[in-house]
Design a protein around this ligand. Structure first.
Ligand SMILES: [Cu+2]
Length: 114
């Protein structure tokens, strides 16, 4: 009996999940990648949809430390030579991004559309 109840409960849950938001516009979140090198971002502009992510990847053999910093300082990566930094864009708009160590050479834009 217990097993039957569990099965029924699971079935009900599966139905609830399957029927959630019928016809709603479902946008599967994407991630776009930008390389960080000495001293550049591989893209000057990246266009994404709201709730997408951008992932910055420091290139192998990067000799200088770089950051990925939003122009108003709302978010920033650490200053580093390796690894990645990811940011989710929850609002539409144009976001200017630069490297805090090389602000004149390393600039880019992230355009977030609806
Ligand atoms: Cu830099």
């Amino acid at each position: 009996m217990r097993a039957l109840l569990a099965t029924l409960a699971l079935g009900a849950l599966a139905c609830a999940l399957a029927t959630a938001a019928p016809g709603a516009q479902v946008h599967a979140a994407n991630t776009k990648t930008v390389k960080v090198g000495d001293d550049f971002f591989s893209k000057g502009k990246v266009t994404v949809k709201k709730d997408d992510r951008v992932k910055w990847t420091w290139g192998e053999g990067t000799k200088h430390k770089h950051t990925v910093t939003e122009e108003h300082g709302r978010w920033t990566s650490k200053e580093k030579k390796t690894g990645t930094y990811r940011h989710k864009f929850g609002k539409t708009g144009t976001f200017n991004v630069y490297c805090a160590t090389h602000p004149l050479d390393m600039k880019m834009k992230v355009v977030v559309e609806k």
